[in-house]
Write a protein that binds this ligand. Structure first.
Ligand code: C5P
Length: 231
């Protein structure tokens, strides 16, 4: 249920962490920084080591371009990929057509980012969105449900609301996770919750980056979070 965000600048530093961790403890997220540096070769390496990989490239482009990129991602056999729901209904439809529904025996899950967890109401207004974050998340989550995607990326603060408008098997994947001890005013995330509260709210997968990767002992940090959740 934990997805560690491998926000490392290159394959070497990412693998220093990965080589100490067991695939039963965490799935791995490869995002824009690491993928731009290390590409599909690293994704394949992680999969060979037994990890489920979430390829977090948040595609947002015209429908044809997004569909093409997703077909390549799905052919890599990644466990999860994503797009921005704000790409609109036709883009989401093309995305769904490009990534066949995952079955019991695996396949790629396709999810959509609602509103980035770094955004707050003030910043949404600055880009012309009059809805507050919660309203905008609900609108984009409803669109994602309508287009048959497997789930959304949202803040843990929005999970309960999303559950009320989506089918029971709809996935909620939540970044914006900060251990109780973290100073939340100190970084870019805004709509945050602790790991235990996010699980209580019903989040299916917690995406955790800096709280693990920038800790002096990332493996201990991961294990601590797992303990916090299970107690
Ligand atoms: O370090 P931190 O735990 O904030 O990392 C969160 C991770 O989740 C980053 O890799 C970021 O790109 C990703 N993410 C996010 N908000 C979203 C989607 C993904 O923070 N809406």
């Amino acid at each position: 249920m934990i997805i560690t965000a491998l926000d490392y600048p290159n394959a070497k530093t990412a693998l220093e962490f990965v080589d100490k961790v067991d695939p039963t403890l965490t799935r791995l997220k490869v995002g824009k920084e690491l993928f731009t540096c290390a590409g599909p070769g690293l994704v394949e390496q992680l999969q060979t080591k037994g990890f489920d990989v979430f390829l977090d490239l948040k595609f947002h482009d015209i429908p044809n371009t997004v569909a093409g990129a997703l077909r390549v991602a799905a052919s890599m056999g990644v466990w999860m990929v994503n797009v921005h729901a704000s790409g609109g209904p036709r883009m989401l439809e093309a995305a769904r057509a490009a990534v066949p529904l995952a079955g019991e025996n695996g396949g790629t899950r396709l999810i959509a980012v609602t509103v980035l967890t770094s955004m707050d109401d003030t910043e949404l207004k600055r880009i012309g969105v009059e809805h507050n974050a919660q309203e905008q998340v609900n609108a984009l989550a409803s669109l994602t449900v309508e287009q048959g995607l497997d789930g959304v990326v949202c803040s843990p603060m929005e999970v309960v609301q999303i559950r009320s408008l989506a089918p029971a098997n709809f996935l909620t994947v939540t970044p914006g996770i900060r251990p109780a001890s973290a100073n939340v005013n100190n970084d870019d995330q805004r709509r945050v919750m602790t790991p235990a509260d996010a699980v209580k709210a019903g989040s299916n997968y917690l995406v955790i980056g800096r709280a693990i990767t920038q800790s002096s002992n990332p493996i201990d940090a991961l294990q601590n979070i797992i303990e916090q959740i299970s107690s």
